[in-house]
Write a protein that binds this ligand. Structure first.
Ligand code: PEP
Length: 260
């Protein structure tokens, strides 16, 4: 079964309301003439404070979906600074990014907490984009596959096969994020193939065949075509290159079957 590719922009802590508007107008303009049937699913993840602005910019553009960069899995209560799924329901948010290495490393988020988030997101009918990835040290020690298997197994604990099949995984080697040094496409493809085998073992070959697994880590217009040509790579989670309309639109085009 063919998996529909995804090109997702993770804006991180960038873009106030005015900057979000300017960027989104450029992206909306850039995708206007593209054939929706050939396009990847395009996802934009602004900061919480720009969700309204981005939603307003895409209200007449069904080719672009909205994502949140984070969520707290608790219903409500004394969690200063956090945002709940009920609050995200005020927006047309379809995806939520969880398990990003920046949150794991800077905010000490554990595999267990990420699993709680995944379950809460799926229970509300949204789709988690579950990030995983190894450090340079782990890669050099040859423990990448084992580390990813552990992260994925813990993230999917207690999640049904049907929910797993609609979830999205983003393989993001930490050493490739924001460094300009993308993982070799063939090696990224091999690693994603290993992640798919973990899903097959946890669930079934059918779920492994359905789940979309993205590559993230210094994806650029110059790398996307080779990355998308790999059989296991179902798209990209993109930081830096999603912050300029021209490069993000180039990435969308690079994920289309014919050059546009
Ligand atoms: C990311 O933040 O998920 C990411 C992949 O960033 P960059 O594309 O800038 O490496």
């Amino acid at each position: 079964m063919a998996r529909r590719p995804i090109i997702a922009g993770n804006w991180k802590m960038n873009n106030n309301k005015a900057a979000a508007k300017e960027l989104m107008e450029g992206i909306v303009n850039g995708v206007k003439s593209l054939d929706a049937d050939l396009m990847p699913e395009v996802v934009v993840a602004p900061t919480f404070t720009a969700l309204w602005q981005v939603q307003d910019c895409i209200k007449n553009e069904p080719k672009i979906a909205l994502a949140a960069q984070n969520v707290n899995p608790n219903e409500s209560g004394a969690y200063t600074g956090e945002v709940s799924l009920d609050m995200l329901a005020d927006f047309d948010v379809k995806f939520v990014i969880i398990g990003h290495s920046e949150r794991r490393q800077m905010f000490n988020e554990s595999d267990e907490f990420i699993n709680e988030k995944a379950k809460a997101i799926l229970a509300k009918g949204l789709i988690p984009i579950i990030c995983c990835g190894e450090t340079l040290e782990q890669r050099e020690q040859g423990v990448t596959d084992a580390h990813l298997a552990s992260q994925i197994t813990k993230a999917f604990e207690g999640i049904s096969a049907s929910d797993a099949a609609k979830s999205v995984i983003a393989y993001e080697p930490i050493w490739a994020i924001g460094t300009g040094k993308s993982c070799d496409a063939v090696e990224a493809n091999r690693t994603i193939g290993e992640i798919r085998k973990v899903i097959a073992k946890l669930y079934s070959a059918d779920v492994a065949d359905k789940i979309r697994i993205l590559y993230g880590g210094s994806v650029k217009p110059s790398t996307i075509v080779e990355q998308m040509a790999q059989s296991e790579i179902d798209g990209g989670l993109i930081g830096g290159a999603s912050l300029k309309a021209d490069s993000f639109v180039e990435l969308i085009k690079g994920a289309m079957p014919v050059s546009v």
